[in-house]
Ligand binder design. Structure first.
Ligand code: NAD
Ligand code: TYD
Length: 349
């Protein structure tokens, strides 16, 4: 797998070793978003190994594939934050487009040399996002697998480009690829630059909770363990060459998310510096090109692979808040100098 030290990747490794149990090699560059602390509990597990490196390093990837001889590649590694892609798109093109291209080329070289049986069994699973489909009007139907791509941010444009490359490797070379397009995730180990962990941390510490624009942008939220579960279902039962939309059927405006977190904190942390926590909600300047609404039609994965999310938004968000409250050391470690620099850049106006 690639990007296993990030938010979704680390949840995936932990879930994989607890359920499937076959060995995992994790290739990760350890950018600001990668944190080996997420994987401390399995660092000594003989089924797990870590390789520090860039997916765009063709020699490293080629050697690693030759050495570890995987039966599948699950590709999570990416630059993943829309606001950072607005400030500096270069890394997004480098990793999401060029990095995925290099990985595909090396995967193709490895796959081509496999014996017939292994060749048929091999899978390249590309983890992507609902943001490639663009933005929905309130009355429009949710995104399906056949919705035309219409990405609006440098992040979503680079993810769309990588999705197209993955698709082309199936149609042109016959590589056994699969793609998942998932909605917004939340849960343990999410870096506190994204809405939900940022809100939890700021609210606990009596700091302003920044809501962009009018707070009515809608996202479809899915608990991270349910996304990992969906990826495992697609990997084992998905039809080669297909894409699968994944989502929680949980469309909510940002303000509702922020209020839900504040209410849980009012109950669990009545002695925090500012209570009720909702007093901290502050409207700030909107994100440029801010997509209004995302929603996923998940009937295909439900029907064909019998996947269903296990958490409701209410159960998932409570677990998430409780996790952040119980993991202050993790928070201290990730909110170091670089984090403070980002917060100063993004929220200075
Ligand atoms: P993240 O930013 O938390 O983690 C990304 C990981 O990739 C980090 O560990 C980082 O060190 C690693 N990485 C970055 N560039 C690399 C490179 N060049 N080589 C090797 N490793 C590199 O991201 P996330 O939220 O866990 O997202 C994982 C994947 O899921 C991404 O592809 C993202 O587009 C997709 N996705 C995310 C969401 C979401 O809500 N977070 C929703 C749908 C899809
Ligand atoms: P985010 O977590 O960055 O995910 P994405 O942009 O990939 O959907 O943002 C989720 C929503 O929350 C999005 O509409 C932007 C909004 N948002 C805020 O209102 N304030 C914030 O400080 C952040 C980070 C996001």
């Amino acid at each position: 797998m690639t990007g296993g030290a990030g938010f979704i990747g680390s949840n995936f490794v932990l879930q994989w070793l607890a359920t499937e149990g076959t060995p995992v090699v994790n290739l990760d560059k350890l950018t600001y978003a990668g944190n080996l602390g997420n994987l401390q509990e399995i660092s000594a597990d003989s089924r797990y190994s870590f390789v520090h490196g860039d997916i765009g390093d063709r020699k490293l990837v080629s050697d690693l594939l030759g050495r570890s001889r995987p039966r599948a590649i699950v590709h999570f590694a990416a630059e993943s934050h829309v606001d950072r892609s607005i400030h500096g798109p270069d890394d997004f093109v480098r990793t999401n487009v060029n990095g995925t291209f290099g990985l595909l080329e090396e995967a193709r070289a490895y796959w081509t040399e496999l014996g017939n049986e292994d060749k048929v069994r091999f899978r390249f699973l590309h983890v992507s996002t609902d943001e490639v489909y663009g933005s929905l009007k309130p009355e429009e139907a949710a995104f399906s697998e056949t919705t035309p791509y219409s990405p609006n941010s440098p992040y979503s444009a680079t993810k769309a480009a990588s999705d197209h490359l993955v698709r082309a490797y199936h149609h042109t070379y016959g590589m056994p690829v699969l793609t998942t397009n998932c909605s917004n995730n939340y849960g343990p180990y999410q870096f506190p630059e994204k809405l939900i962990p940022l809100t939890i941390l700021n609210a606990m510490n009596g700091k302003a909770i920044p809501v962009y624009g009018d707070g009515k942008n809608v996202r479809d939220w899915l608990y991270v363990a349910d996304h990992c579960d969906a990826i495992r279902a697609v990997l084992s039962r998905g039809k080669v060459g297909e894409t699968y939309n994944v989502g929680g059927r949980n469309e909510k405006p940002n303000l509702e998310i922020v209020h839900a977190i504040c209410s849980i904190l009012d109950e669990l942390r009545p002695a925090d510096p500012v209570v009720p926590h909702s007093k901290l909600i502050t409207y700030v300047v909107d994100r440029p090109g801010h997509d209004r609404r995302y929603a996923m039609d998940t009937r295909k994965i439900e029907r064909e692979l019998k996947w269903q999310p296990g958490e409701t938004f209410e159960s998932g968000i409570r677990k998430t808040v409780e996790w952040y409250l119980a993991n202050e050391t993790w928070i201290r470690e990730v909110t170091s100098g670089h984090y403070r620099e980002w917060i100063a850049t993004q929220y200075s106006v």
